[in-house]
Design a protein around this ligand. Structure first.
Ligand code: KG4
Ligand code: ZN
Length: 353
């Protein structure tokens, strides 16, 4: 594991923070990690609540909050043990404060804030999507700003012009369903469990790519906006019009996935042209999708960078790293425990330096 690249502000003074704990509780994964700017990622622990929510076909916010309460401190202890660190060695604490589920965010924010206070070290509330965006730096120390970022998760689909760390301009986003949400809803229609993105992708590998062709939403219009809600209607009418055999379902999954990938590819290409950037970072849960990775890597002229698979979906490592970036630049939050369920990434302050 490498430490951050040289356009990260690690030699710019700030709070002199090296070892940071990261806490992620924005949705249905509890994540804790320890990041050390000199040694890289020391430990990361994850507990997924998928089984808790599976019966309901989606995340139940109250159950999510309660499960975070149960799992967070044991995970922190495990991360410390795995890294061979004592709690007192932590020099900073980073915790997700938004966007996400209010109750779930409050659990991580309260624990993170209290831990920082008890240890007498700075604490910082991290933007979940900045965490996703910065996750690429956990393994890639040659990445430099500016670049284009395609953020594709369960709650967001955005093309972001990353002009500098913390200086994010949203070029285009989804007008309705996020792409991960479209994967999950389509997976549900196809009888797959929750969350369905990875299961749908697996089913699609057995599909015939030539049988159905689904529309590529909004490709006929200029601009960088997305819309994915119409695709699930297409899935449901196609499913209704055939027998619904395993092969039918695989063929539909394949047509859906191709339509999504082609749309993301075309818009990313457009955004690269508009910005003139020659690097694309792909982040968020859907960034784990194989077909998407292959299409972007082989068909774009730009360099395409991805976080490693386990850091595409929610995790504590990306929060530890994004928190370290800001703490190291001298930023920290006060003692207020607050969540920001809605928080546009474009409102973040630029990282000093
Ligand atoms: O970033 P993430 O873990 O959580 C949010 O911030 O929302 O993203 C979760 C989303 C879910 O919608 C999930 O179905 C989707 O990412 N996902 C995938 C794959 N793995 C996870 N979608 C398509 N293909 C995958 N391999
Ligand atoms: Zn996420």
């Amino acid at each position: 594991m490498q430490s951050a690249g040289s356009d990260s502000p690690d030699e710019r003074g700030g709070l002199g923070v090296t070892l940071v704990a990261g806490i992620e509780t924005s949705c249905d994964e509890t994540g804790v990690a320890l990041y050390d700017s000199a040694r890289g990622l020391l430990a990361h622990e994850l507990y997924t609540q998928a089984a808790t929510h599976a019966d309901y076909g989606g995340v139940v916010p109250e159950l999510a909050s309660r499960d975070h309460v149960r799992k967070l401190l044991p995970l922190l202890e495990r991360a410390l043990a795995a890294a061979g660190c004592r709690r007192e060695q932590l020099q900073g604490v980073a915790y997700t404060v938004g966007p996400g589920l209010a109750g779930a965010l409050l659990v991580g924010a309260a624990v993170g804030r209290a831990l920082a206070w008890a240890l007498g070290v700075p604490g910082i509330g991290v933007h979940h999507m900045e965490g996703h965006l910065q996750a690429a730096y956990l393994d890639e120390d040659t990445l430099r700003t500016p670049f284009l970022c395609l953020l594709v998760s369960g709650g967001h689909t955005q093309l972001v012009d990353v002009r500098a760390h913390g200086d994010y301009r949203i070029l285009g986003e989804s007008r309705d369903d996020a792409v991960g949400e479209a994967f999950d809803k389509t997976a549900k229609l196809l009888g797959l469990g929750y969350p369905g993105g990875a299961a749908l992708a697996e089913l699609a590998t057995r599909g015939d790519s030539g049988r159905f062709v689904f529309p590529r939403p909004m490709l006929d219009r200029p601009g960088l906006e997305f819309s994915f809600s119409g695709l699930k209607t297409h899935v449901s009418t196609t499913l209704h019009d055939c027998a619904g055999t395993d092969q039918d379902r695989a063929d539909i999954a394949c047509a859906f996935e191709i339509a999504v990938v082609e749309t993301l590819l075309a818009k990313a290409q457009r955004a690269l042209q508009v910005t003139g950037h020659n690097t694309l970072v792909v982040a968020g849960g859907v960034g784990a999708n194989r077909r998407l990775r292959e299409a972007l890597t082989t068909r774009l002229a730009a360099r395409v960078v991805y976080p490693r698979l386990e850091f595409c979906t929610d995790n504590g490592a990306m929060i530890a790293y994004a928190g370290w970036l800001r703490l190291n630049a001298g930023q920290q939050d006060d003692l207020t425990i607050a969540a920001r369920p809605r928080w546009p990434i474009s409102e973040l302050p630029r990282v000093a330096g």
